[in-house]
Design a protein around this ligand. Structure first.
Ligand SMILES: C[S@@+](CC[C@H](N)C(=O)[O-])C[C@H]1O[C@@H](n2cnc3c(N)ncnc32)[C@H](O)[C@@H]1O
Length: 628
């Protein structure tokens, strides 16, 4: 770095000016790389890894029996969830069939940038596109760094993209994984969709395949059949008399896309074909290995992994995705066991990561509560004693006490308690001390109390955002209100507790328009939700309603998604949902979801719609077990 440049930097900093993004490469020169992608807001890898908060996994429901490993379906922002998975890897809890640590295979199909509306001049539009472009790249880069850490040393990653962003992401992946670990750019070719007249029709997606270590990676050679007009060298004929050869698979794959009439179609936009995932899974993993999809969508990866006897972890921040996957798994057919008998899915557990149910947390045995409480506030589980007092962990180097509300039932933490604590240990704990307890156990409102220069923080569950403890402000999860937004990027930070929205609804039946038959109708009359943003409770009405999901013949145990309605469509239909009478079973389960991912559930018996009880025969579902 020359002296003149250095002076310019110092001068700019002195005057409080922000430094141009282009200077980054001089200030932080890339080490062994030839090229680097420079854009505004690019963080250093060390910062990314250190900054991300881990969020504990709260089990919601378990499907299937069995001890030991359960496949994991995680609702939450993938970045935070991956930090938690990384801690599991470090604790030896993520292992492949042969015992190697980490996940063997990652497939991700991230949303292709955001579609933020922007009203303004052409120049402003172009500027906005650049900004969202850089934000998208950084969003993805954070995930790629985490995924690299999660992979086993012989693992591989496949990133699904389209032609618009693939070249940028290739450069980023060269940085994150090393250019020498680039394996293939796979073109997934399909024929469906519209055609262009002003250029060649875009009929392929790009999948970038990298190994964590090119030399060590696991790769099972795949073959494909090629047909020929004439026989040549050593050829064979099939039953139809065509000449063929089984050759080593190339990097362009012709696989039909999922269309409206496809058997595997779930209705989830952007669903990818199972065959595509099966090919990837066969090539880069073995039976019993761990496969991770951090942008799970409709769960194609889970289904393909099930069929090929791999274990899986899937993360998505959309409720629609979670319930689509749950349904798809529970109705899974076609998976074969060792005896080639059809079986249902292996045991799996649905977890919340970042949005928690406080009521069920309170019921946890003390040790589990203690663990959860420490994780929630990012504390190290490090039991230690000071002046004979048993403490639980460390946060930023200071001691943490998790209040044992079981043992000390009825005992409250007031200013006097903290003063006594200070007298006992105040001179041995440095400047800060943290106390974690259920909100109701604290008898004072302040975030902290000071005694002789020592600050005693009250970390309350549910909810404590003490800004100075967190490097970022918390942002809530976002659920889509229209179809276009289902595939938007979501970047949520922090945690929250479920606050079921309040819904008033009306069930009725009426004549079908123009017909002689009858239809049931569910009408939403009002909707109210609350969330906490930047430490403040915010109340909202129908504008915070995201979607309604229905299980039309609820079996009293498991919500089995049949239909979903997005808020914007419902609004156009005056908040009414017509339901064909003969699709309704004995009872309907309605799940109302707000834009933050909170849900409210209602069981509506058939006769509430003014229909005779009874209803059509229940659909036959797979065997399943459900434990709360
Ligand atoms: C293109 S779709 C994946 C489709 C999937 N491959 C399939 O076959 O159905 C992308 C998914 O990423 C999810 N998503 C976006 N941002 C996320 C985040 N930060 N954490 C977890 N999931 C996210 C969206 O909810 C969406 O379901």
């Amino acid at each position: 770095m020359d002296k003149k440049f250095l002076e310019r930097v110092i001068d700019a900093l002195r005057h409080g000016e922000s430094l141009p993004a282009e200077w980054a490469r001089f200030l932080f020169p890339p080490e062994k790389r030839e090229a680097e992608l420079v854009y505004d807001g690019k963080e250093r890898e060390e910062e990314i890894l250190a900054d991300i908060m881990s969020v504990p996994l709260q089990p919601v429901s378990t499907f299937g029996l069995g001890t030991g490993w359960h496949n994991k379906l995680i609702f939450g922002d993938n970045l935070q969830a991956m930090k938690t998975l990384l801690q599991m890897k470090e604790a030896g809890e993520l292992r492949n069939a042969d015992g190697t640590s980490g996940v063997r295979l990652v497939y991700i199909d991230p949303p292709f940038a955001t579609k933020k509306e922007f009203r303004g001049s052409h120049d402003e539009q172009a500027y906005q596109d650049r900004i969202t472009g850089a934000a998208f790249l950084e969003f993805l880069r954070h995930r790629l760094v985490m995924l690299r850490e999660l992979l086993s040393e012989d693992g591989s990653i496949y990133v699904h993209l389209d032609g618009k962003k693939a070249h940028y992401v290739k450069v980023l992946m060269d940085e994150v994984f090393g250019e020498q670990n680039f394996m293939n750019e796979i073109a997934w070719c399909y024929a469906t969709g519209g055609a262009s007249r002003d250029r060649f029709s875009r009929k392929h997606d790009t999948i970038l395949f990298y190994a964590k270590n090119a030399r060590q990676k696991l790769f099972n050679v795949q073959k494909e059949r090629e047909y020929y007009d004439k026989p040549f060298f050593n050829e064979q004929k099939d039953e139809q008399g065509r000449y063929y050869a089984d050759v080593i698979m190339k990097d362009y794959w012709r696989i039909p896309a999922v269309i409206n009439v496809s058997k595997e179609r779930t209705g989830y936009p952007t669903q990818k074909p199972e065959l595509l995932l099966e090919r990837i899974i066969r090539a880069s993993s073995n039976e019993g290995d761990l496969v991770l999809d951090a942008f799970a969508g409709s769960g194609t990866t889970c289904i393909a992994a099930e069929k090929l006897s791999r274990r899986w972890i899937a993360v998505d921040c959309g409720k629609l995705s979670i319930y689509t996957i749950q349904k798809r798994l529970l109705h899974l057919s076609g998976a074969l066991d060792g005896m080639r008998r059809q079986v249902g899915p292996a045991a799996f557990t649905l977890y919340n990561a970042g949005l928690y149910d406080f009521a069920s947390l309170r019921k946890l045995p003390w040790q589990d509560w203690r663990f959860f409480a420490l994780q929630l506030f990012g504390c190290k589980d490090e039991p230690h004693q000071i002046a004979g007092l048993q403490l639980d962990g460390k946060l930023k180097g200071s001691s943490v006490l998790v209040f044992n509300h079981d043992e000390l039932a009825g005992k409250r933490i007031d200013e006097e308690t903290v003063r006594d604590l200070h007298v006992a240990i105040g001179n041995q704990i440095g400047k800060r001390f943290f106390m974690i307890a259920p909100r109701g156990s604290f008898d004072f409102q302040q975030d902290y109390l000071d005694f002789d220069g020592v600050r005693y923080y009250a970390l309350r569950i549910p909810y404590s955002i003490i800004n100075e403890l967190h490097t970022r402000s918390f942002t809530a999860l976002e659920q889509p209100r229209d179809e276009g937004a289902i595939n938007a990027t979501v970047d949520a930070v922090g945690f929250d507790f479920i606050r079921p929205p309040r819904v008033a609804w009306l069930a009725s039946a009426r004549k079908t328009t123009g017909g002689t038959g009858r239809e049931a109708v569910l009408r939403i009359r009002s909707f109210a939700s609350t969330t906490r943003t930047h430490g403040v409770d915010v109340a909202g009405g129908l504008e915070t309603f995201a979607m309604l999901m229905l299980d039309l013949d609820y079996d009293g145990e498991v919500f089995d998604l049949d239909k979903f309605y997005l808020a914007n469509d419902l609004q156009r239909a005056s908040w009414e949902v017509p339901i064909p009478v003969d699709s309704i079973g004995k009872q309907v389960m309605a799940v109302f979801i707000d834009i933050y991912g909170n849900e409210s559930r209602e069981i509506i018996p058939r006769n509430k719609f003014g229909l005779l009880s009874g209803g059509p025969a229940r659909t036959v579902r797979n065997r399943r077990q459900h434990a709360a």
